[in-house]
Write a protein that binds this ligand. Sequence first.
Ligand code: NAP
Length: 259
Amino acid sequence: MDLGIKGKRALVCASSKGLGLGCAQALAEAGVDLVMNARGSEALEAAAAQIRSDYGVNVTAVAADITTAEGRAQVLEAAGQVDILVTNAGGPPPGMWHDWERADFIKALDANMLTPIALMKALLPGMMERGWGRVVNITSQSVKSPIAMLGLSNAARAGLTGYVAGTARQVAAKGVTINNLLPGIHDTDRATSLDGSAAKAQGTTPEDVRRAREASIPARRYGTAEEFGAACAFLCSKHGGFIVGQNLLLDGGATNATL
Ligand code: NAP
């Protein structure tokens, strides 16, 4: 299928690894020029070089912490005008409801709610002026079905989801869509690290935790970054123009709900 976005320009945040990288690769495959970002420059430069060589698109790599005002300013300056924005950042740490203080919530809100909102505020006006734009926010399955040990994530991402629900409907008339992708468990460093924390807490091994988590998913496996990226590219495509303010679960059926 021709996604119809060859020659567009995308900012994909937190994209040297994992789900962000999957989105960057799928957009590059569709001929989109990229601005990629992560804090660590080594993995970022390597990912950018691989994408240039695999797909022949232009890639600008900006090593910066997207959750800070300075980092965002650096990324936005390098990005200039973009047609597509994919927001992403690392997820908050797991814990128990009584572990978290105000400062922990502020940090999670900054990373997983206020950062995507700031990026949309900066880039939506240009998209609306040009009459075309796509925003995809990487959130989490936890928006639909809470993951108790990820209370910070549950809280911050629910806030972003509420903001998107209203804002998506305010910008749609200008040809700009905003949607959220909700990953269930995907085979990335983040999932490996959560398997490790759960193993420690349960006194078992990460392999046992993974087997048990896979068994709890109707698809009986973790998702892949490639599958996730393909869904992102479709939402960003010319075919996605009538998909507005939606929350698309990619979880192998793990969320047991009719709607
Ligand atoms: P990952 O494999 O750990 O990759 C995270 C990527 O984000 C890396 O490129 C990392 O590079 C970059 N990054 C992290 N913090 C950043 C920051 N402050 N500024 C800029 N770049 C940053 O994680 P993932 O599995 O792809 O997860 C992506 C998001 O989806 C997370 O918010 C996660 O909580 C959420 N999620 C994941 C799953 C899953 O199963 N994988 C499920 C539900 C939700 P640097 O470290 O070099 O910055």
